[in-house]
Ligand binder design. Structure first.
Ligand SMILES: C[S@@+](CC[C@H](N)C(=O)[O-])C[C@H]1O[C@@H](n2cnc3c(N)ncnc32)[C@H](O)[C@@H]1O
Length: 188
């Protein structure tokens, strides 16, 4: 049943990305939160992360590239791993150079603690795979698994509730920005 829903979600997104309505799901092309990113990137915790010479950013459900990742990818020393379930995601082009991984974001084949930053933008919303609280909590646990201790998560996920994030082991320093559907935390 789960596999069937996954195949349906993947088929629907593949159709959209290759059709005339691709712009509808390309949230990364919209400059709506750029002022928020600029302010956030100036904060001490982000400056600490960015000060590291090399940075691994994992963009979960990347599509053509999440907006914040498009900005991070321009910085020196940043390597991006873009994960999406669509076989030819980013069609026609991913917005930045990245390692592409075709996989289910609920269980990507990436090692524990591999990421300095994980981003997830508009992946869980209107997505039958994340209809239940358990599924959304499981996704947060997977994000925690990918982050190295001290690493940062940036989510723009309208379907996610703050307590579904904060209740998970390893989540610390949570900040939410309601109007932007932002969930940000540090891995303990
Ligand atoms: C609305 S688009 C957003 C894309 C991008 N994050 C942005 O901000 O523009 C959601 C993306 O999540 C991907 N996606 C949804 N469920 C997924 C899953 N279980 N595993 C991998 N990718 C998934 C879809 O294929 C689609 O490309």
């Amino acid at each position: 049943m789960d596999e069937e829903i996954f195949c349906r979600v993947r088929a629907a997104y593949t159709r959209i990305w290759h059709g005339p309505d691709a712009g509808e799901v390309d949230f990364g092309a919209r400059p709506v939160h750029d002022a928020l990113y600029a302010a956030m990137l100036e904060s001490d915790e982000w400056q600490d992360i960015l000060a590291a010479g090399r940075l691994c950013v994992v963009d979960l459900g990347a599509g053509r590239g999440s907006r914040l990742v498009r900005q991070l990818a321009t910085r020196p020393g940043v390597t991006v791993v873009a994960v999406d379930c669509c076989l030819s995601f980013g069609a026609p082009n991913l917005a930045f150079p990245a390692g592409r991984l075709v996989a289910d974001v609920r269980r990507p084949p990436l090692r524990d603690d591999c990421a300095d930053v994980v981003v997830s933008a508009y992946v869980t919303v209107n997505n039958a795979l994340f209809d239940t609280v358990d599924a959304r909590r499981g996704y947060v646990r997977e994000i925690v698994r990918l982050l190295r201790p001290g690493g940062l998560f940036w989510g723009e996920e309208p379907g996610l509730l703050p307590d579904e994030v904060t209740s998970q082991p390893g989540v610390t320093d949570y900040t939410g920005v309601d109007w932007a559907h932002v969930h940000c935390f540090r891995r303990a």
